[in-house]
Design a binder for this molecule. Structure first.
Ligand code: RAM
Length: 475
C-alpha cells in the first residue's frame, strides 16, 4: 500500500471520526449535512488488510517522532470564530489555518489543548495553540512536516479504525465547494444547493474559499486541498487559464475537478457545469438595457474582476450584440471592474456617473456589482435617469426593482447550479462517468444530464426578473 493510499485511509478515518463527534457549534460551512451512518455490511466490505493496518501504524510512529512546535500563544475560541478568521487575526493570512491545526493537535498530545479533527469545526471555549509566525510558515511550507500533528493525533483506537474503514465505502466522499470568494450571497445560495445534493447522496461537502476573488489565493487553497487528498473539487474559477496547472495536478492525483459558474479551461478540469449559454446571457444583457433606455444613449459595464472567465465571456457577447443595427444609437463608453466587492463596485458606479454625466445605463453582470450600482444610482438621486440591469439575486435586487433603479435583470438559480455541480462530481468520483462526451448521469430532482463535446454540462436558460415576478422568488 503506497503513501497516498495510506493518507487516504487516514483522511477518510478522520472524516468519519469527525462525523461521530457531537454536533459542532461552529464551522466554516454551517449548512454542512452529516453523512449517514454506515451499515455493518458496508464496513465489512471496506475492511483494510492486516498489512495495511500494520503499515499505517508504522507510518504514524514515523510521523510521531517529527513533532515539536512550540505554542507562542494560547487562544480561546470565541462564539463567532472559524479557523481561517483566527489565522487572519494572527498571521494576516486566511490560508495559514493549517499551521494552527497542526500545532494545536501536536500540543494536545501533552494535554491542555483541544484536538481539531476537522478544520471546519471548532467550538467556543476550545484552547488552540498559536505558533509564532515563523513556525507557522515552516509548518505551511512543510519544513517542519505539515501533516505531523494531524496524523499523530489520529492514532487509531479500534473504534476510529472501524470508522476509517467505513469511510472507504463508496459514497462517503469528502468534496469541497470552492466559490470565487466568501461573503457573496450568490455563492452562499449555490452552497445551499450543494448541501442539499450532499444530503441526498450521503457525501460531505465543505465550503471553502478566500475573502477576495483572487486567483493566487484560490490556487493556494486548491493546493492545500489536493495535499489533503479530498475526494473532489467543485470550483468557480477566478481565472480560467491560471488555474489549469493546479486543476491538472488534482486530476493527476486522482481528484476529479468540476468547475462551475466560472470555467477552468480544458486541461485543468474534468467537467464544467455551465449555468446558461454564455452567448444568450451576453446578448440578453444588451437587450435588457436597450429596452430600459429606449434604444439610445451611453452605457457602461461594471464587471467583477478583470480575470473572471464568466464575466469576460458575457462581455464579449455583449460587444458582439452591440454591433447589430438596432443598437446603432447605443454607445458603450467604459468597462470598469468592482472585483465582486461591494464598496469597490459602488465607488466604480459613482465614478461612471461622474465621468459620464450623460450616462443612461449601467450593465453589471455580477450579483455584487448590480446591487452596488443600483444603490449608487439611488443615492445619487438618479433613479429613472440612469438605468441599471445585469445579473442579480432577487433578494438583493427586490427593493431596486420596486424603486425603479433596476427595473429588470436576469439570473439562473444558483442553488440548482451548486446542486448540479455536486451531482456531477459524485458521478465522476464514484466512477459512474469519466467526463467523456456523451456521458450521462442522473442529478436528483433536476433529472438527467449529458456531457457535451467540450466537457460541459448545461443547467438551463436564465430567468428575467421584474416587478411582475420578483416576489415569487426567494434567494
Ligand atoms: C457574482 C459572481 C459569479 C457570477 C454572478 C452572476 O456573484 O461573479 O461568478 O456568476 O455574479
Amino acid at each position: 500500500m503506497n503513501q497516498i493510499t495510506m493518507k487516504k485511509i487516514f483522511v477518510s478515518m478522520m472524516i468519519l471520526w469527525m462525523l461521530a463527534l457531537p454536533a459542532a457549534a461552529l464551522a466554516q460551512d454551517p449548512t454542512a449535512e452529516p453523512t449517514a451512518e454506515p451499515t455493518a455490511e458496508m464496513m465489512e466490505e471496506a475492511m483494510p488488510t492486516a498489512e495495511a493496518t500494520a503499515e499505517s501504524e508504522d507510518a504514524m510512529m514515523a510521523e510521531d517522532t517529527m513533532m515539536g512546535v512550540a505554542c507562542d500563544e494560547d487562544y480561546s475560541v470565541q462564539a463567532d470564530d472559524w479557523l481561517s478568521k483566527i489565522a487572519d487575526k494572527f498571521y494576516g493570512d486566511v490560508l495559514a489555518y493549517p499551521a494552527i491545526v497542526d500545532a494545536t493537535n501536536a500540543a494536545a498530545k501533552s494535554g491542555g489543548y483541544d484536538v481539531i479533527d476537522n478544520a471546519d469545526v471548532i467550538e467556543p471555549g476550545w484552547t488552540l495553540c498559536i505558533p509564532t509566525a515563523e513556525d507557522a510558515q515552516a509548518l505551511l511550507s512543510g519544513a517542519i512536516s505539515a501533516d505531523t500533528a494531524m496524523m499523530a493525533e489520529a492514532a487509531p483506537t479500534e473504534e476510529a479504525m472501524a470508522e476509517g474503514e467505513a469511510a472507504m465505502m463508496e459514497g462517503a466522499f469528502n468534496f469541497v465547494l470552492v466559490p470565487k470568494n466568501l461573503g457573496n450571497p450568490y455563492f452562499d445560495t449555490a452552497n445551499a444547493g450543494a448541501q442539499e445534493a450532499a444530503a441526498e447522496l450521503g457525501v460531505s461537502v465543505t465550503y471553502q474559499g478566500s475573502a477576495t476573488a483572487d486567483a493566487t489565493e484560490q490556487i493556494q487553497l486548491l493546493n492545500s486541498l489536493i495535499a489533503q487528498q479530498v475526494d473532489g473539487l467543485a470550483v468557480s474559477a477566478n481565472d480560467s487559464d491560471a488555474l489549469v496547472p493546479t486543476g491538472a495536478d488534482a486530476i493527476a492525483a486522482g481528484i476529479p475537478v468540476v468547475s462551475w459558474d466560472a470555467e477552468i479551461a480544458p486541461g485543468g478540469r474534468t467537467l464544467h457545469v455551465l449555468q446558461a449559454v454564455s452567448e444568450d446571457i451576453g446578448r440578453g444583457q444588451i437587450q435588457l438595457i436597450s429596452d430600459l433606455i429606449g434604444g439610445e444613449g451611453q452605457i457602461a459595464i461594471l464587471s467583477a474582476t478583470s480575470t473572471a472567465p464568466n464575466q469576460n465571456e458575457w462581455i464579449m457577447w455583449m460587444q458582439d450584440e452591440l454591433t447589430k443595427p438596432e443598437y446603432a444609437n447605443i454607445e458603450l463608453v467604459a468597462t470598469v471592474y468592482g472585483d465582486d466587492e461591494d464598496e469597490k463596485s459602488y465607488n466604480e458606479a459613482q465614478g461612471l456617473m461622474k465621468t459620464y454625466p450623460d450616462l443612461k445605463g449601467i450593465i453589471s453582470p455580477t450579483t455584487v456589482g448590480i446591487a452596488a450600482a443600483a444603490r449608487a444610482v439611488q443615492d445619487a438621486g438618479k433613479v429613472g435617469e440612469v438605468m441599471v440591469t445585469g445579473l442579480g439575486t432577487p433578494n438583493q435586487m427586490r427593493d431596486y426593482v420596486k424603486s425603479g433603479a433596476a427595473p429588470a435583470f436576469a439570473l439562473w438559480n444558483p442553488a440548482n447550479l451548486g446542486y448540479l455541480a455536486i451531482y456531477a462530481l459524485n458521478a465522476l468520483a464514484s466512477g459512474d462517468i469519466t467526463g467523456a462526451p456523451g456521458d450521462t448521469f442522473e442529478a436528483g430532482k433536476l433529472g438527467s444530464y449529458t456531457v457535451d463535446d467540450n466537457g460541459v454540462i448545461l443547467l438551463g436558460p436564465p430567468t428575467v426578473f421584474n416587478a411582475d415576478n420578483i416576489d415569487n422568488f426567494d434567494f
